[in-house]
Design a protein around this ligand. Structure first.
Ligand SMILES: Cc1cc2nc3c(=O)[nH]c(=O)nc-3n(C[C@H](O)[C@H](O)[C@H](O)COP(=O)(O)O)c2cc1C
Length: 333
């Protein structure tokens, strides 16, 4: 097996092991609609020859935006635009996935004036001091759940193959999973099962109400002191898989997606993916972090550190060049 091996996941055949990682393009209108620039961007990324192209974090509610010009899936008017993205990706021979997000307590007040999180705890971040969010009521949680489910239905109507819940990088669903930011004493806090409950409920409903294949982007660990451990993530992933998840996309947590200071070289988060692979979880595993060569991808597959390799910046800087260097010849380099 190597980077060219196809992979069947539920009803989808991925033509190879390369995934374009979700990357915010900041090309949408201020109310989250797709522009011509967004369409050209995804048509371009699909030239990488990846088997799966992920569309950037897209907000499920306007009040859950993280930044201006972020893509939205928050109302039915968004469907036409994202349908065109899915078409552009399919035309290049790739499967299409879209990532759903809500900022929870991780945003600035000018973008998200009603910041809210599971416990009203300031989300720790390495690069900035965030405002303190209000604590969500059970009704707020029910509303958030419905927003994710409704957004997933729009993703299905738009013709995507996969939908991904963004449970990493410190955003809203990560805040529910993490003991740092979730100190609730009801059914959504206390134990890891309870901290995973909201995500499990969303997955169950998406599975019931759509035909989409469901992915979660999870932290391999929070990579923040006293944050989520690798063991807690394994436990959470077991619940997610029982609920219907078929791909675990393993990134980082509360600390954000950047390379941790002490990590060097290609695959800077792949040891977290390998940990989940070794735990024997019954889902395909995506690893990420500074991956840019054919040799690294093949080695990671051969050693069973991951099933699929996600590449972000190396594709962003030149999808066609990436395809020529890494995906258009059978020679390891
Ligand atoms: C410009 C940019 C935007 C990003 N936006 C997202 C995003 O929308 N959702 C997400 O989960 N990760 C996002 N990331 C993180 C990437 O998906 C990926 O995990 C990270 O860049 C590490 O991979 P790389 O070293 O191959 O770039 C973004 C990264 C970059 C560079």
């Amino acid at each position: 097996m190597n980077r060219f091996s196809s992979l069947t996941i539920s009803k989808h055949v991925l033509k190879n092991r390369l995934v374009v990682a979700p990357m915010a393009s900041q090309t949408s209108t201020l109310d989250g609609k797709v522009t011509d620039k967004t369409l050209r961007h995804y048509a371009n990324l699909a030239q990488s020859q990846a088997g799966l192209v992920m569309v950037e974090y897209s907000f499920v509610a306007f009040s859950g935006r993280s930044e201006p010009n972020q893509l939205g899936v928050h109302d039915d008017d968004c469907i036409a635009g994202i349908t065109a993205i899915a078409k552009a990706i399919h035309q290049a021979g790739a499967k299409a996935g879209l990532q759903l997000t809500h900022c929870g307590g991780k945003a600035q007040l000018d973008v998200c004036p009603d910041l809210m999180g599971p416990s009203g705890i300031t989300v720790p971040a390495y690069d900035r001091i965030l405002p303190t969010p209000k604590m969500m009521t059970l009704n707020d949680i029910a509303v958030l759940k419905k927003q994710f489910i409704d957004a997933a239905k729009r993703v299905e109507l738009a013709g995507f193959d996969f939908v991904e819940l963004h449970c990493a990088h410190g955003y809203g669903l990560n805040q529910f999973l993490s003991p740092l930011t979730n100190q609730r004493d009801d059914q959504y806090g206390g134990s890891q099962r309870n901290r995973a409950r909201l995500i499990v409920e969303i997955i169950e409903q998406i599975k019931q109400q759509t035909q989409l294949s469901i992915m979660v982007r999870v932290p391999g660990q929070d990579l923040y002191p006293q944050g989520l451990t690798q063991m807690q993530i394994v436990e959470s992933c077991e619940y997610f898989i029982d609920a219907g998840v078929v791909i675990l996309d393993v990134s980082s947590g509360i600390g954000g997606w950047n390379r941790p200071k002490e990590r060097r070289g290609e695959g800077f988060l792949v040891e977290e993916a390998a940990y989940l692979k070794q735990a024997g979880l019954q889902a395909c595993i995506i690893g990420v972090g500074g991956i840019e060569t054919a040799n690294y991808i093949d080695t990671a597959i051969e050693n069973q550190w991951l099933d699929l390799a996600a590449v972000g910046r190396a594709i962003l800087k030149g999808p066609q060049a990436f395809a020529e260097n890494v995906m258009m010849n059978g020679i390891n380099q």
